[in-house]
Each structure stands twice: as C-alpha cells, then as structure tokens.
Design a binder for this molecule. Structure first.
Ligand code: 5GP
Length: 176
C-alpha cells in the first residue's frame, strides 16, 4: 500500500454535518493511526523539500491546520505560526474577515509572527471554497510576508477553491 492509499483509507465522510447538504470529510482517523499520520507528514515534507527549500515558516490555520503544521515544521527544522479565530491571540494582532463554506468568520495573526519578506507555506486540513486560505493569504500580505504556497490534506475539487487562490500554489494529498 502506498502512503497516499494509506492516507485515503483514513478519511471518513459524514453526510449532513455540520449542516444538511454538507458532506463532511473527517480526518480524525488519520490522527488516530500513527502510520497514516506519519504518511501525511512524509508526503508534505517531500513536497516542501522538492519545491520550497527557501521556506522560513509554516503557518497553520485554526484549528485542524494545527494538527499537521507543527509536525511538518519540526521535520523541516523551521518554526510554526498560528492563524487563529478572532479573540484568541494576546498582544498586537492584525485581522481579516471572510466567508466560510458554512458561515462567516474572522481570522487573526500576531503582528510580530512573521517578519516582512519572510517566506511562508500555509497549511490546513481541507480546501473547500478557498475562503479560509484566501483570508490567511490576506493576513500574510498585511504582514508583507511572501506566500510560497498552500498545503492541504484534502481538496474538494467541485467547490473550485483553487480558483480563489489562483495566485498561489496549492498542494493537496487527496482530492474529491
Ligand atoms: P473553505 O474556507 O475553503 O470553504 O473551508 C475550509 C475550512 O473549513 C477549513 O479550515 C476546514 O477545516 C473547514 N472545512 C470545511 N469543510 C470541511 C470538511 O468537509 N471536512 C473538514 N475536515 N474540514 C472542513
């Protein structure tokens, strides 16, 4: 079995969650299986080493980006930065509001989290409409960081999120 097949096998689908009509892709089984989680990080690491050797920081999205981002950053020997939902971060922050696949939200990052000119890779569990990663890119722009690309475990192709992010590289492990 390949690493990708192993990852694929540890994603479940739940219909009508969190709302009727949404087919929710659940990544919890990946976290529960040491080999599947290692495979995810191996595949991300390989992608970064092959394509983005200049990366300075991994930037993860609240909340499931926090499950994979620090593991990847540690593998690469670089730091991890959190983009959080509004009101969770102390000190000076910059924020941006955005639309979700289901609802509205506001994202925040600490002003000193990334220095101007630093090269970052964004990470989350899943790309749907692209609203969340778009907002994260906007935050990075406000800090004058350079976004090298985005990485997700799962990409929902039919929602065309990648078009919203057309100026950036998107790397996904599994596509539906
Ligand atoms: P977008 O902003 O691209 O529409 O939605 C992506 C965000 O919503 C991600 O932060 C992701 O965690 C969450 N999300 C939306 N749909 C799903 C889903 O089916 N499964 C999981 N695990 N997360 C989802």
């Amino acid at each position: 079995e390949s690493k990708l097949q192993l990852v694929h096998r540890h994603i479940r689908a739940f219909p009508d969650f969190p709302k009727k009509g949404i087919l929710f892709r659940d990544i919890c089984p990946i976290l529960k299986d040491a080999a599947a989680l290692t495979a995810v990080i191996d595949l991300f690491e390989e992608h970064v080493r092959n394509n983005h050797q200049q990366v300075d920081l991994i930037v993860g999205l609240d909340a499931r980006g926090f499950l994979f981002g620090p593991l990847l950053a540690q593998r690469l020997g670089i730091g991890f930065v959190l983009i959080r939902k509004k009101g969770k971060l102390p000190g000076a922050t910059v924020s941006v509001s955005y639309d979700l696949e289901y609802g509205k939200a506001e994202a925040e990052v600490q002003e000193d989290a990334v220095a101007a000119g630093q090269k970052v890779l964004l990470i989350d569990d899943l790309l749907a409409t692209g609203g969340t990663l778009y907002a994260a890119c906007e935050l990075m722009k406000k800090l004058q960081a350079e976004v090298l690309g985005c990485m997700v475990v799962i990409e929902l192709k039919e929602l065309n999120g990648i078009n919203k992010l057309k100026t950036h590289n998107v790397f996904s492990l599994v596509q539906y």
